[in-house]
Structures are given as structure tokens and as C-alpha cells.
Design a protein around this ligand. Structure first.
Ligand code: ARG
Length: 666
């Protein structure tokens, strides 16, 4: 490895030197041109200049490609196959087709079938088109073969072939793959190298006193997984719960509380059922003018810091907080509450700033702010009654997160319905120079609605929102029934059964959510998510437990401290199915890289499912342990057991990100 890096460095230095020389020559020909405009040599020089420029372009691309590849190695991060192949083919294309390679992004994909190799480069047709535009006719297969001829040597490739209309198929190298799997065993499952950032993930964010609905469940599940994912990559993650704890609903709640429990400052009122309490106060608010007025004055008093109002507000928030926490505990979610109220002072400040910088416009008594390009709708920064809005709190929050928290990457997880809101907030923040797109990354992570099995919005029969606690209880009940159907109670201790029940119930709810492309709606069906076949949490949990038990069943060094076996075993990957499994495991790094771009966790679900099904194919035909008729172990194939071990380690890491709790026994 060391010497590899040394020679890469030497090569880089050589190329850089060559570039300097070329630059000098090009500069030289330029000045010659201007001095000797009548010079008969001029034409020749210009041609020469063109050629040199091409050469320079090639070298620049080569340097970028080399940098890419060698920096990945130097950091000790696991190799990204897609990135490495992209670099290699980029270089090949630049060398073979310098006149058209500009604006041709290298396209490498996983091959659809093993007969087309493991990966393929799909650029030939596009290059043909580029030549056509220059009036040159070329054949895509010829292009592919030229590309192949210029492909730099790499330890990750065993061979390349041309196929079909001009694809270049790449076959991975077994030795390289075996050593990459060995490093998973020796060093653990490592994230790809990336620039570490301070990331703030805003998720869950239910509203106090109002029902926490399935939309909040999605935000909670997705936000928690994104946070775990980013932590795995090594980012510094702050998880924030931007609860709605400062809105107008508090006016009516407090006014109602004053009437029902005048003694609330001394004694905690019995408002355990905040929902019901909220409904009562809302009914009064809608029907009683007197009450309505008082409710408004209560909000004003609260927001100006009146102690009695604050006391009432705290009581109400506490009840909600306890309810939310119960759900977070059940789902194993960690989050810090920092609700809208936190920004009260900061809202006053930002309104001042935006106003003095001339960003606010009068509109029918309101103060509004448009984004950079007056897109969609403006934000309402101050209402006509002088109050602040959801928009105001998000402007104050984005500033606080970027400037005080020093966030470099802000993520907001809410339903897709709020996409415009966030696009406008980002745009206004850019306009006000709070957000600098050259240093900050911002993402709205939207998601579709949850549908019931009837294909309509997920609601109770009577049309109410579904209480999350009840939904989780239902999951527990169903998962227990499933386990009892399979007579697992006969095999598991009561504690093990309970652990299995919870892991299956919460796991299946989370996994059903995460395994769908978050941008789409999905149908919530306990029957589907509890199936033990197909891409479900139940299938995966069983598969994982089975894999874990293999090493344990080998006994000896395999069961206690497999490190010794790791140190003394070489992977052969001889059998076709071993080789296939290894190649699937090596996709892990690329899956991680893809998710860090699009924050779509269904890619990870697809990956764990592919790992599990490929593992089953392998395990069905490859003996890891051979036993005699008496059931005694007669032979252990250590390499294969290690492949099982690597599989389980990769799965474990993925399960953690997806919030699945693996079980010892199920
Ligand atoms: N409480 C809001 C809702 O229920 C979600 C808040 C999302 N976060 C934010 N910074 N706006 O829709």
C-alpha cells in the first residue's frame, strides 16, 4: 500500500511537471503569433498550439482522476468501486477522444446480468453523437475498443470486454475483492471517506396539544435514520425537535385552563388527555366571541413573558412532552427539543434586521419577504396584528442554526407539502446573506402521505387521525400473534419472546416506511409488513439471526474471538456463489455515497435485501460446516464462515442505521 501511494505521488508529480512545461510552450507559441503575424510558420504553430491544448486537457483530467483515487487510498477509507471505475474511464476517454470528451460525464453502472461483467461503462453511444456533431462518423464498438485500449491498469479490474452496441463490461478482480472483504473483518465496517460537517437534522416536530399523527411518525423514523446514517459517516450531528409550542392554539388552551382549573398555578391540573382538552377549548373558541377575545389576549400575554401564562404554558407543554417521549422511547429515537418558543427573542431580532435591510414589503397590513427570484410565494414575516408566524420562526431558526450553532449542513424532514415553504425559506435566507450556498448545504427531505389499505389517507374508520400510541400497540399485538402462530413461544424464554415481539413490531413499522422511496406515498399494511418473505423487516431479522448462529455453531475459535481465525485465514471466493456474495458486500461503500447525495434510505433497504437474498443463495449451496450422521462437526470451511461473518457485520451496521434491533434468538 505504502509503495503504491509513493509511486502514485511520483506519477502525479511527473504529470504536473509536464503540464507546466506545456503551459510554457503554449504561452510561447501565443506570443510568437502576435509578434510575427505575417510569419509563414503561423499556421503550423496554431495547429501545434491546438494539439498541445488537447494534451493539456487530457493531463488535467488524468491528474484529477489520480488525485481522486489516491486520496481515497491514503485516508484508509474503503474503496468506492464506482468512483474508482469512473476515474479510470474518465482518463481513458480523455486520452482516446480529447476533441469530444468535454461535457461527457462518465457513466458507470452495475451490470444487469453476470454475463455482462460486474460493472459497465455506457459512454460509447454518447461519444458517437458528439463526433457526429463534428461531422465525423464513428462506430460505437470502435469507440468502446479504443476506450478499452486507453484504460489505465488497475488492481480492481480482472478483465474488460466489449459487448452489444458498444458497452465496455468490467469484471472485478478476485484478489482485490478478497482483500477488501478481509479489511471489513480486520478493521470493521468503515464509512467512505468524506468531509466531516456539522449537520443539524430537524425532524419529528409534532405540535403541542395537537395530535401527533402518522406524518410525524414518518418524519420521526426518517429523521432518526438520517441522523444515524450521518453519524456513521462521521459527521457531527445535532438532532432538533422543532415542536410547535408557541402558536395561537396556546391562547385558547390557557384561557380554557384558567376557567377549568383556576388553581393551576399551585396544583397540577388533570389534563392527561390534552387532545380532549384541546377540542373543548377549540369548540369554545369557535362559538364564544368573548372567549375568543380573551384567548387572543392570552397569546399576547404569553409571548410577552407574563409569569402566570408561562406557568400554564409549561404545564401544557409538559403533558405533551411526556407523551412524545414515550413514543421516542419505544422507537429508540434520540432528539433534543427546541421548539418555536426558543426563537421568540430571535424572531424580534431578525424582523428588525430584515426590515432595516429593506427586505420587507407591506402587503395588506402584513410584512412579507420574497425570495431571490420572487419564486412561488413570499414569506409572511409579520402578521397584520403584529404577531409572528411559522415563517418568522423558520427565518430565525435558520439564522440561529448557521450562525450560532455553526451548522454547515441543515436538513429538514417534513411532509412533501412543506417543500415550497422550505424552498422559499432557503431562498430568503440566501437573499439576506444568512445562507451562503458556497459553504452551506441545505436539504428539505420531503415524504409522501401514508395511505390506508383502501388507498385513501390513513385515518380511523370514523375519519380521525390515528393515535400513534395505538398504532404501536396494534403493531405489538400483531407481531406477538405472528410469533405465536409460528410457535416461537415454545422455543423462546418469555424475555426472548418479548424482545422478539418488540423488535419485530417496531422494526416492521420503521422498515415499511424506510424501504419505500420517501418521495412517494405508501400504503400502511400490518399484514404486508409482517410477512416473513420479501423485503420486510421480519425476513431480514430472521436472516440475520441465522447468519449470526453459523460462527457460533462452529464452536472453538469461531465462537469466541473470531479474530484468530481472521488472522490465519485466506478467502478464496472460489465458488460462484461466494464470489457473488462478496461482490454484493463490496457495493456497501457506493450505497453510502449515493445516500449521502440524495438522503433516500430505500437504497439501503434494497441493499440489505440484496445481501440477504444473495447470502441465502450462497448458504444453500456452499457448506460452511460439514457434520456427520451423529451431528458432529467433521469439517469447517473457515473462508466461508468468514464470509458469513463479514455479511453479518455489514448487515448489523445497516440495521443500526435503519433502526432494526437484531436478535440473538427469534
Ligand atoms: N411542527 C411542524 C408541523 O407539524 C413541523 C416543523 C418542521 N420544522 C421546521 N423547522 N419548520 O408541520
Amino acid at each position: 500500500m505504502e509503495t503504491n501511494i509513493q509511486s502514485e505521488k511520483a506519477r502525479l508529480a511527473k504529470i504536473e511537471h509536464e503540464i507546466h512545461q506545456l503551459r510554457a510552450v503554449i504561452e510561447g507559441t501565443r506570443s510568437n503569433n502576435s509578434l510575427a503575424s505575417d510569419n509563414p510558420e503561423l499556421g503550423k504553430l496554431q495547429v501545434e498550439n491546438m494539439k498541445l491544448k488537447h494534451r493539456l486537457e487530457i493531463l488535467n483530467r488524468a491528474i484529477a482522476a489520480e488525485r481522486n483515487a489516491s486520496s481515497a487510498n491514503q485516508s484508509g477509507g474503503p474503496i468506492s468501486i464506482l468512483e474508482t471505475l469512473t476515474s479510470l474511464f474518465t482518463e481513458a476517454i480523455a486520452t482516446a477522444f480529447p476533441e469530444v470528451c468535454k461535457d461527457v460525464p462518465t457513466v458507470i453502472t452495475v451490470s444487469s446480468s453476470p454475463k455482462f461483467g460486474d460493472y459497465q461503462c455506457n459512454n460509447a453511444m454518447q461519444l458517437v453523437q458528439k463526433y457526429k456533431a463534428l461531422g465525423v462518423t464513428k462506430n460505437p464498438r470502435d469507440i468502446a475498443s479504443q476506450m478499452m485500449a486507453e484504460l489505465p491498469k488497475s488492481p480492481i479490474i480482472s478483465k474488460v470486454e466489449i459487448a452489444g452496441a458498444g458497452y465496455v463490461n468490467v469484471f472485478l478482480d478476485k484478489n482485490f475483492s478478497a482483500s477488501a472483504i478481509m479489511s471489513i473483518l480486520q478493521q470493521g465496517v468503515k464509512p467512505p471517506r468524506c468531509e466531516k460537517k456539522r449537520v443539524i437534522v430537524d425532524f419529528s416536530a409534532p405540535n403541542i396539544a395537537k395530535e401527533m399523527h402518522v406524518g410525524h411518525l414518518r418524519s420521526t423514523i426518517i429523521g432518526e435514520s438520517i441522523s444515524r446514517f450521518l453519524e456513521f459517516l462521521g459527521h457531527d450531528v445535532l438532532r432538533l425537535n422543532h415542536v410547535g409550542d408557541w402558536g395561537t392554539q396556546f391562547g385558547m388552551l390557557i384561557a380554557h385552563l384558567q376557567d377549568r382549573f383556576p388553581d393551576y398555578v399551585r396544583i397540577s391540573p388533570p389534563i392527561e388527555d390534552l387532545q380532549a382538552f384541546y377540542k373543548e377549548s377549540k369548540a369554545r373558541f369557535d362559538s364564544d366571541e368573548e372567549f375568543k377575545k380573551r384567548a387572543y389576549s392570552c397569546v399576547v400575554k404569553l409571548q410577552s413573558g407574563d409569569p402566570a401564562s408561562l406557568k400554564a404554558w409549561t404545564l401544557i407543554c409538559d403533558v405533551s412532552r411526556r407523551e412524545f417521549q414515550r413514543i421516542y422511547d419505544r422507537l429508540d429515537v434520540t432528539i433534543i427539543e427546541r421548539g418555536e418558543s426558543f426563537y421568540q427573542k430571535r424572531m424580534e431580532v431578525i424582523v428588525e434586521e430584515l426590515s432595516s435591510q429593506g427586505f420587507l414589503e407591506e402587503d395588506d397590513g402584513r410584512k412579507i419577504m420574497w425570495g431571490e427570484n420572487r419564486e412561488a410565494i413570499p414569506l409572511t414575516i409579520v402578521k397584520s396584528d403584529g404577531g409572528f408566524t411559522y415563517d418568522t420562526s423558520d427565518m430565525a431558526a435558520i439564522k440561529q442554526r448557521l450562525q450560532e450553532e455553526k451548522g454547515e449542513w441543515l436538513i429538514y424532514v417534513t411532509d412533501a407539502g412543506q417543500a415550497t415553504h422550505f424552498q422559499v425559506v432557503f431562498s430568503c435566507a440566501r437573499r439576506a446573506k444568512i445562507l451562503d450556498p458556497t459553504v452551506h448545504r441545505v436539504d428539505h427531505v420531503g415524504f409522501g402521505v401514508v395511505l390506508g389499505e383502501d388507498g385513501k389517507k390513513f385515518k380511523t374508520r370514523s375519519g380521525d387521525t390515528i393515535k400513534l400510541t395505538e398504532l404501536l400497540d396494534e403493531g405489538l399485538k400483531r407481531s406477538l400473534n405472528k410469533l405465536l402462530d409460528k410457535e416461537r413461544d415454545k422455543v423462546l424464554t418469555p424475555e426472548e419472546l418479548k424482545a422478539a415481539q418488540e423488535s419485530v413490531a417496531y422494526g416492521c413499522i420503521k422498515y415499511a416506511d424506510l424501504s419505500h422511496n420517501r418521495n412517494n406515498e405508501y400504503i400502511f399494511s400490518f399484514d404486508k409488513m409482517l410477512e416473513d418473505k420479501g423485503n420486510t423487516a421480519v425476513y431480514l431479522l430472521y436472516a440475520y439471526t441465522r447468519i449470526r448462529s453459523i460462527a457460533r455453531n462452529c464452536g472453538g475459535d469461531f465462537a469466541n474471538g473470531i479474530e484468530k481465525v481472521i488472522a490465519s485465514t485466506k478467502l478464496s471466493l472460489e465458488h460462484e456463489k461466494e464470489w457473488k456474495l462478496a461482490k454484493v458486500l463490496l457495493k456497501f461503500t457506493d450505497v453510502m455515497k449515493l445516500i449521502s447525495e440524495n438522503l433516500c434510505l430505500h437504497h439501503l433497504c434494497d441493499f440489505v435485501y440484496e445481501v440477504s437474498t444473495t447470502f441465502t443463495e450462497f448458504y444453500d449451496v456452499c457448506y460452511c460446516i460439514e457434520k456427520n450422521k451423529q451431528g458432529e462437526i467433521v469439517k469447517i470451511n473457515a473462508g466461508r464462515v468468514l464470509l458469513c461473518e463479514a455479511t453479518s457485520r455489514v448487515l448489523k451496521k445497516c440495521f443500526h442505521i435503519l433502526g432494526l434491533k437484531p436478535l440473538h434468538k427469534i
